[in-house]
Write a protein that binds this ligand. Structure first.
Ligand code: DP6
Length: 330
């Protein structure tokens, strides 16, 4: 290692939102228009290494093995500026980040990446942040990243300002053996990223109704998780996902993330449930469909998904841990 180099390496999971974040109250601070609840996805991770050094003349980003510039680098630089100002240090950094799942295709790659970057960069610069402080920091990189800091089932309280908008665990990873089976329909980056999507949410006449009802949905979802009530969770999550997509489709301009292949699967799920299979769907800002089931029936759900010619691959993930340094076991 070169003299004057400070490094940190961290791992964070992607997460799937049960109650979605869609729309910002403050896009700079990434304060969300509503609270959200998610589950961390074990094994779908971002491994991020940051090295700050006096010998670097600029910040660099290596994403999945490729030197990356443009908007992705710009976003990372803005984030590093924040960490540098917190630490009172003025060193450039080399960031290397690798996801083990498709980047930017509605699989929360930015959540895993910015959660890992928050921990790796703050650790490298000697900041010893609490979970709450890390979650607040990660939020500034990507809103949903604040939910990848704590472990298990996580709720992001929207808060009123930078200080009180962060996520906390509502149940640990071992609390309930849910599995997310992800039907990958498309792996190419989406045309409209989430950040742009959030800024359009308020243009939908349906967004105010979605927001007004959010506390009720959050309450039902939180209680369903704590009671391990699959049916209650299924009903509220499908409603929440549909509400978000209704807002997307009625924004100006309209955003369509669902593809015919996504709908084909979504429409089949009630029938699968009627046959006794515990399963429900939820879809983020992309066409890939997340089917949540329990450990005992995950193999069955995966098999059924593989029957669809439009499904390119299926990933599955149980409930994941908190973001952690590579050297940590947690
Ligand atoms: C549909 O957290 O990706 O996945 O803050 O602009 O990075 P930025 O947005 P992001 O938005 C996530 C949107 C969602 C729903 C969710 O995860 O809650």
């Amino acid at each position: 290692m070169q003299t004057g180099t400070q490094t940190g390496t961290a791992i964070a999971c992607a997460n799937i939102a049960f109650i979605k974040y869609w729309g910002d109250r403050d896009s700079l601070l990434r304060l969300p228009a509503n609270g959200s609840i998610s589950m961390n996805l074990a094994g779908l991770t971002s491994l991020t290494q940051v090295a700050f050094s006096e010998s670097y003349a600029q910040d660099t980003l290596n994403l999945n093995g490729e030197i990356t510039g443009g908007p992705a680098l710009f976003r990372v630089i803005q984030f590093l500026d924040l960490v540098r100002s917190l630490a009172g240090k003025n060193l450039y950094a080399a960031v290397e980040s690798r996801n083990n799942f498709p980047t930017q295709a509605g699989m929360a790659s930015s959540a895993a990446a910015f959660a890992a970057l928050s921990l790796a960069a703050s650790h490298a610069l000697g900041l010893n942040l609490s979970e709450q402080e890390l979650s607040r920091l990660a939020r500034r990189g990507s809103g949903s990243a604040c939910r990848s800091i704590p472990g298990g089932f996580v709720e992001w309280q929207p808060g009123l300002d930078d200080q009180d908008s962060y996520a906390r665990s509502i149940a640990p990873s071992g609390y309930w053996d849910l599995v997310d089976c992800i039907a990958v329909i498309q792996t190419t980056p989406k045309r409209t990223g989430s950040s742009q999507g959030h800024s359009l949410a308020a243009s939908s006449p349906l967004q105010s109704a979605r927001l007004a009802d959010a506390p009720r949905r959050l309450d039902i979802c939180r209680k369903a998780i704590l009671a391990r009530d699959f049916e209650a969770l299924a009903n509220i999550c499908e409603l929440d996902s549909n509400l978000m997509h209704a807002v997307m489709m009625t924004s100006s301009p309209a955003l369509f993330y669902l593809e015919p292949a996504s709908l084909e699967i979504i429409k089949a799920i009630p029938t699968w449930r009627q046959t006794g299979l515990p399963v429900f769907y939820t879809v983020d800002a992309g066409p890939n469909v997340h089917l949540i089931t329990v450990k005992e029936t995950a193999a069955q759900v995966i098999e059924k998904l593989k029957q669809y010619p439009s499904v390119k691959s299926v990933y599955s993930a149980g409930v994941g841990p908190s973001a952690h340094l590579e050297s940590d076991q947690s």
